[in-house]
Design a protein around this ligand. Structure first.
Ligand code: AMP
Ligand code: MG
Length: 494
């Protein structure tokens, strides 16, 4: 076990890459910093005992007041396609990479302080993050982890008395997030579009060395890396779709080179099932609508593929052909993972030929009746085709013809499988979460926190760590949203 002073931070960005990739600078602390939330699970990944959070130094290190021993903070450079348009320079405008910690298992975790003040990449921004959105990122990243979905993690959240101006006056906060890497598709795009192919290659080599060590630098290795990023992204998006998660801002600068869920902004989980759900109030055209996410991921991957093209060897036409072959596999990989995952959610042992249509039928029925996506699947996990009571119970919860006729279909499909009921039920309960971070739940925690009460953040965090388990004392967190909770408007501003 370690303490804060012997975390042995190192910064391999600085050691291995020069200042074309980043700018070095220290965080700018906020006035009146205080600790709001601490996550012992993330601390354990750093071999850091939970008691360390009680020390005054903990607050000072993670609110940017004092430098952690060994930390050499940098803001990294990247560009990206935002809402389909290329923006030549973005970069960490409010986040600083403090360095990495290598734990006992030899895993390296980057520590990133978000909301740490203006950087050379801040453009017109103030370098700050508000309490509201920091709470949302803190809770959601840990909720996604609880759901088994690859994501950045959150170590702690600090608040302040400093005013930050958004649509209204809010207070500034800082989030310490962790990931093996925060490198984005846009980290490559910036060098491609500047025609700087040497740093492009250096960055690719860095990523291979640290994150894909089984691959060798060279055209084959770079292509294999692209294929792996593409495969991981297909899987990630399939997990989002299965759990009803909409990211909201799938710009290429928010797409992780490791296939992690990255940059939580105006995200939302589906309440009532609506395939066209748009969680980001600033997304007027619905580019990032729920059901567009797989095709947007592919579009983003094609931007990455283009950026990496100079590394894929000569002749260029052949390299492009190889990249296109990788992109051509995306849809199949996505669909295979998605339908298989949905079949598991429906308790099916194998994915039969008619099952895609069966699953789609359920989604269509939910869409028609405005059924809650999470609650419907959870209730279905308790369904017993031979028990008229469970049958009527379900009908009571989901009235209407579309659902009743779908249930008949489902019932006869289940009869084709030999799987015993208790087994099916336990598999379904392990695949259909009871607790998700609904917008209204996050909002309740935010409202209380803005009044200085942080207990709700703690409770939600606890509940969402075990989203598949029955937690009778927290039954109320599984409730569908009240009317006000369905109409929350979440914009890009954070
Ligand atoms: P996002 O939409 O949060 O992914 O951010 C897009 C770009 O804007 C990134 O380069 C961010 O670092 C930058 N950015 C977002 N908010 C701020 C802010 N308040 N101050 C400075 N830069 C910001
Ligand atoms: Mg971003």
């Amino acid at each position: 076990m370690k303490n804060l002073e012997n975390l042995h931070l190192r910064n391999s960005f600085i050691r291995e890459l020069d200042n074309r990739f980043y700018a070095r600078l220290a965080p700018t602390p906020l006035k009146g910093s205080h600790l709001i939330a601490f996550n012992p699970n993330a601390a354990a990944l750093l071999d850091l005992p939970a008691e360390e959070a009680q020390r005054g130094e903990f607050l000072r290190y993670f609110s940017g007041e004092q430098a952690l021993p060994g930390s050499e903070p940098v803001a990294t450079l990247y560009a990206g396609h935002q809402f389909g348009h290329y923006v030549p320079q973005l970069g960490d405008g409010r986040a600083l990479l403090l360095g990495e910690v290598v734990n006992q298992q030899g895993q390296a975790w980057e520590l990133q302080l978000k909301g740490a003040g203006i950087t050379p990449f801040s453009r017109r921004g103030d370098g700050r993050a508000v309490l509201r959105s920091s709470i949302r990122e803190y809770l959601c990243s840990e909720a996604m982890h609880g759901l088994g979905i690859p994501t950045t993690r959150a170590l702690c959240l600090t608040g302040s008395t400093e005013e930050v101006y958004r649509e209204r006056i809010e207070s500034g906060a800082m989030l310490l997030r962790m990931a093996p890497s925060h490198i984005r598709f846009g980290s490559f795009e910036v060098f491609y579009h500047r025609r700087q192919f040497e740093p492009l290659r250096e960055l690719a080599d860095y990523v291979l060395r640290h994150h894909y060590p089984q691959l060798e630098p060279g055209p084959e290795g770079y292509l294999a890396m692209f294929a792996e990023v593409s495969r991981r992204t297909a899987e990630l998006i399939s997990q989002w779709q299965q759990v009803g998660f909409a990211h909201g801002v799938m710009n290429t600068d928010n797409m992780s080179i490791l296939g992690l869920t990255l940059d939580y902004g105006p995200f939302g989980f589906l309440d009532d099932y609506d395939a066209r759900f748009i969680c980001n109030h600033s997304d007027y055209e619905g580019r990032y609508a729920f059901n567009n996410q797989p095709s947007i991921a592919l579009w983003n991957l094609s931007c990455l593929g283009q950026a990496l093209l100079p590394l894929f060897g000569e002749p260029r036409a052949q390299a492009a052909e190889a990249a296109n072959q990788i992109l051509d596999e995306f849809q199949g990989q996505y669909e295979q993972h998605y339908w298989q995952g949905m079949a598991t959610k429906l308790g099916l042992e194998s994915l039969g030929r008619e099952d895609e249509s069966l699953i789609q039928g359920l989604l269509d029925a939910m869409q028609q009746q405005g059924s809650d996506y999470t609650l419907t699947l959870r209730a279905l996990s308790h369904y017993d085709p031979d028990d008229a009571i469970s049958h009527t119970g379900l009908r009571a919860q989901f009235p209407g013809a579309p659902f009743a006729s779908w249930l008949e279909r489902y019932r006869s499909r289940l009869q084709q499988e030999a799987r015993p009921l208790p087994e099916r039920r336990s598999k379904m309960l392990a695949a259909n979460p009871k607790y998700i971070l609904r917008n209204y739940l996050a909002q309740q925690a935010i409202d209380a926190a803005e009044q200085g009460d942080y207990a709700e953040i703690e409770t939600l965090h606890r509940v969402l760590q075990r989203p598949f388990d029955e937690q009778p004392e927290y039954e109320r967190y599984a409730a569908p949203p009240p009317e006000w909770g369905k109409q929350l408007e979440i914009s890009c501003s954070s």
